[in-house]
Write a protein that binds this ligand. Structure first.
Ligand SMILES: *Cc1c(COP(=O)(O)O)cnc(C)c1O
Length: 379
């Protein structure tokens, strides 16, 4: 008999409850049922005798993983066949240069709607590729809001595309509508922190990108949904592996793709479908966020929200307490009670509770109880 153990010889012990709600802005919390499935599949995927991370990216088992991830993504948002779904690497940040590199011709212009930290990064990273302009900025108002209608955005009808960020993860603001640039100007969106949080009509967009680690899975893959014409667009000589077309023509695997991350994102897609899809998800998220915003609004000014009410994010809820000392105390006492990672981004300070799709309602209820308790003791 071989000395090497083969196949699943260990039976997995039951896991202890984790006892923590993770309010991190990213990587964020994941659905527990997805993690439990992953635990099985890391060991032995689909009865193959070995795990997802060990399978060839060209093998039959991974063929199935990839095909299902794409098909489920398509099903969730009813994505038509003339849009490509790509699983890339480099995070959302790599899209900040990959978009202009592939869509913005030398001497051309592109519009950017700068509504926060990441939106501004997108704008800055595009500068080497052509003339980019800010068609809207809320910087002078500390990024407290996003535009509410197209007339607030100074579009250029000749722009190669118009870029915006649908949810400003750091500021805690979100678009609750989709901008419409002038005819012929494709809309590009960084949807990293609110993709699939609610209904999405991809036909309004030329290209959507989202780092997976907020609402879709783990850091390591970025989902790109791109109209086939834009995927083929060639505005300059780019290295082969920096073109969308290379990935579109090769099922996202011209080389070794991040197989585990694609698998996990696929499991999150299946979870969204089991929950009934994007309509129920929107309802669920609105209800969770309302619990917390109501606690902010009902605090008589003890908790002060950062976002203008019409621009409030349902994903990242940002607020401050009367002093920085109280912010710090709030964050550390919450952590002691099992509500972790609520420190605001280094650029803004304050408190940020991220309540992505995977945050259970019970986590929000617990946070609200804590907010009331904390105010009573410190108000
Ligand atoms: C987190 C985030 C990014 C940066 O993502 P990386 O994967 O770290 O590159 C960009 N845009 C938005 C909206 C984000 O939330």
């Amino acid at each position: 008999m071989s000395m090497i153990a083969s196949g699943p010889v260990l039976s997995q012990p039951a896991l202890a409850p984790r006892g923590v709600y993770n309010f991190s802005a990213g990587p964020g919390c994941l659905p527990e049922e997805v993690l439990l499935q992953a635990r099985e599949d890391i060991w032995n995927l689909m009865g193959s005798g070995f795990g997802i991370m060990e399978h060839s990216h060209r093998g039959k088992t991974f063929d199935k993983v990839l095909a299902e991830a794409e098909a489920d993504c398509r099903k969730i948002a009813n994505i038509p066949a003339n849009y490509k779904i790509l699983f890339l690497t480099g995070g959302a940040t790599a899209q900040n240069w990959m978009v202009p590199m592939n869509l913005l011709p030398q001497g051309g212009t592109a519009d950017y709607v700068t509504t926060g930290y990441w939106a501004q990064k997108s704008f800055e990273h595009a500068k080497p590729f052509g003339a980019v302009r800010e068609a809207f900025s809320s910087k002078s108002e500390n990024f407290k809001f996003v535009p509410q209608k197209d007339s607030e955005i100074a579009y250029d009808a000749k722009a190669a595309y118009a870029h915006y960020t649908s949810n400003n993860t750091i500021m805690g603001t979100e678009f609750h509508w989709v901008p419409t640039p002038p005819k012929g100007v494709p809309l590009v969106c960084d949807m990293s922190s609110d993709i699939f949080a609610g209904p999405l009509d991809v036909t309004k967009f030329g290209l959507i990108y989202a780092g997976a680690q907020k609402n879709l899975g783990t850091a390591g893959t970025t989902v790109v949904i791109v109209h086939e014409d834009l995927a083929k667009k060639k505005v300059r000589e780019n290295p082969e592996f920096l073109r969308y077309e290379t990935f579109a023509a090769n099922e996202s695997r011209p080389n070794t793709p991040p197989t585990f991350n694609i698998y996990l994102t696929g499991q999150v897609f299946k979870w969204i479908l089991r929950k009934g899809g994007l309509e129920p998800m929107a309802k669920f998220n609105a209800e969770k966020a309302k619990l917390i915003y109501d606690a902010v609004d009902g605090s008589g000014g003890f908790y002060k929200g950062h976002a203008r009410p019409d621009s409030r994010s349902l994903m990242n809820i940002t607020f401050r307490l009367p002093t920085e000392e109280l912010d710090t105390k709030f964050i550390s006492e919450a952590a002691k009670q099992g509500m972790v990672d609520m420190k605001g981004h280094r650029s803004t300070g304050g408190v940020r509770a991220s309540v992505y799709n995977a945050m259970p309602r019970a986590g929000c209820v617990k946070l609200v109880d804590f907010m009331k308790e904390f105010m009573k003791k410190n108000g």
